[in-house]
Design a protein around this ligand. Structure first.
Ligand code: UGA
Length: 434
């Protein structure tokens, strides 16, 4: 199969590389010339474990190409995947500007019948909207089939997820088009779930909203655990043993971040509102998440009375480990609050510093050396559960810090272990060690 993928963000690039790896000839299209130049050399623009190796291999074997030119990119394509961003509008709804542009580019540049597959997360009905635009703009009589094929990969493990997913959702009206997409995906060995276009679009939003709900739910339970003296790690484990609940996405922390959950939850409340439905449950999930992000700052304020003049080490900046993505990271909210409260912040992250610069005030010192961040600090706030933080020798806290007071937003350490060291330790949903 000859495939074109438009957009080389997380979803587009990983999709393109993975499809080439299972034997298809794939051309990835992006408007950014410098980025395309680097990708041609096998350099991934994003940090994603395993991706560079796959890029290099498939470029060398002549299955993976990159271009900025839509005409070249679409020339031979049997199938075009749309994987451009759908950022947030001011009212929380999904912005379809990029989708709109791709639809026009497709209409202008194709010269044979085409199947258009949408990977981007788009409001229900958007696939039909895409087909309408293409059909209206087409100057020749060609058949355009649409397929909704939402993506469920997680950043930081997207290569692994692509080859080991739980399901591939294919939403289509045309049986023939659905079969083509099913065949394209067969080598992944992942079960396929066939449905209609609108339901496939909804499955994506509903899945992300449900996972976000699980996280906000367990975070609320953790807050109650602190009040009643229960331990959230135990509670979550005990709940997760029930197969109806499941143990995944029950890890309490400082709330969800990233480029998907915050955006998609807001977009789904908007979709509901546009159809006169008040999605109150999801609105609460969003509210709880906002509140949870400030949890550690409240704990620090309670412990110290004031944070004015305090030197604070913030450990971890990325929205989760194994990624350099800073979008909607809790660290941004936490650091801004600390600075507003008069603290001085030194932040550690092993790989996200470059991206972090765009999101954080200039006066935040950043380092990829954890010891430098901890040195002479009054307290440390753990925001991302990086391996470097989880595996740190706990003696280091007392050795390096002025006062070894730790606020851990990711429950990185067992309480029994913490007790053996000279440190004051406040975590999420567990009793403090003082
Ligand atoms: C999420 C979904 O998990 C993917 O299935 C989906 O494809 C993707 O969004 C998307 O829509 O593109 P991602 O945002 O990459 O993936 O990362 P997750 O691993 O889901 O984590 C999201 C946030 O939730 C992180 O901030 C993480 O720290 C937090 N989280 C996750 C928790 O606080 N507790 C948990 O138990 C799990």
């Amino acid at each position: 199969m000859k495939i074109s993928v438009v957009g080389t963000g997380y979803v587009g690039l990983v999709t393109g590389v993975a499809l080439s790896h299972i034997g298809h000839v794939v051309t990835c299209i992006d408007i950014d010339e410098a980025k395309v130049e680097r990708m041609r050399k096998g350099i991934s623009p994003i940090f994603e474990p395993g991706l560079d190796e796959l890029m290099i291999k498939n470029i060398a074997e002549g299955r993976l190409f990159f271009t900025t030119n839509h005409r070249d990119g679409f020339a031979q394509a049997d199938v075009i995947y749309i994987a451009v961003g759908t950022p947030e509008n001011e009212d929380g709804s999904a912005n379809l500007t990029f989708i709109d542009q791709v639809a026009r580019d497709i209409a202008e540049n194709i010269s044979k019948d085409i199947i258009v597959v949408t990977k981007s997360t788009v409001p229900v009905g958007t696939n039909y909207y895409i087909r309408d635009i293409i059909e209206k703009q087409l100057k020749v009589d060609l058949q355009v089939d649409i397929v909704s094929n939402p993506e469920f990969l997680r950043e930081g493990s997207s290569v692994h997820d692509t080859f080991h997913g739980d399901r591939i959702v294919i939403g289509a009206d045309s049986d023939d088009a659905a079969k083509v997409i099913e065949e394209i995906n067969t080598p992944f060995g992942v079960p396929v779930y066939r449905t209609d276009v609108r339901s496939a679009e909804m499955i994506k939003y509903a899945s992300n909203a449900f996972l976000a709900t699980k996280i906000s739910f367990i975070n609320e339970i953790s807050n109650i655990c602190e009040k009643v003296g229960a331990d959230i790690e135990s509670v979550s484990q005990g709940m997760g043993l029930d197969k109806r609940i499941g143990s995944l996405f029950l890890k309490a922390g400082i709330g969800y971040g990233g480029s998907c959950f915050p955006k998609d939850t807001k977009a789904l409340t908007q979709i509901a509102a546009n159809h006169d439905h008040n999605f109150e449950l999801l609105k609460s999930v969003i509210e709880v998440n906002k509140h949870q992000q400030s949890m550690l700052v409240h704990k620090a304020l309670e412990r110290f009375g004031t944070l004015r003049g305090k030197n604070i080490a913030v450990l971890g900046l990325a929205f989760k480990p194994n990624t350099d993505d800073m979008r909607e990271a809790a660290s941004i909210v936490i650091i801004r609050q600390l600075i507003d409260l008069g603290a001085t912040v030194k932040a550690f992250d092993p790989i996200a510093i470059n991206n972090a610069k765009k999101h954080l005030p200039d006066n935040v010192e950043m380092t990829n050396n954890i010891e430098k961040a901890l040195k002479d600090s009054d307290c440390a706030i753990i925001v991302t559960e990086w391996k470097e933080i989880k595996e740190l020798n706990l003696e280091q806290y007392a050795r390096l810090m002025k006062t070894p007071v730790i606020f851990d937003g990711r429950n990185c350490y067992e309480l029994e272990r913490v007790k053996e060291y000279d440190m004051e330790y406040y975590s999420i949903g567990r009793r403090p060690i003082v």
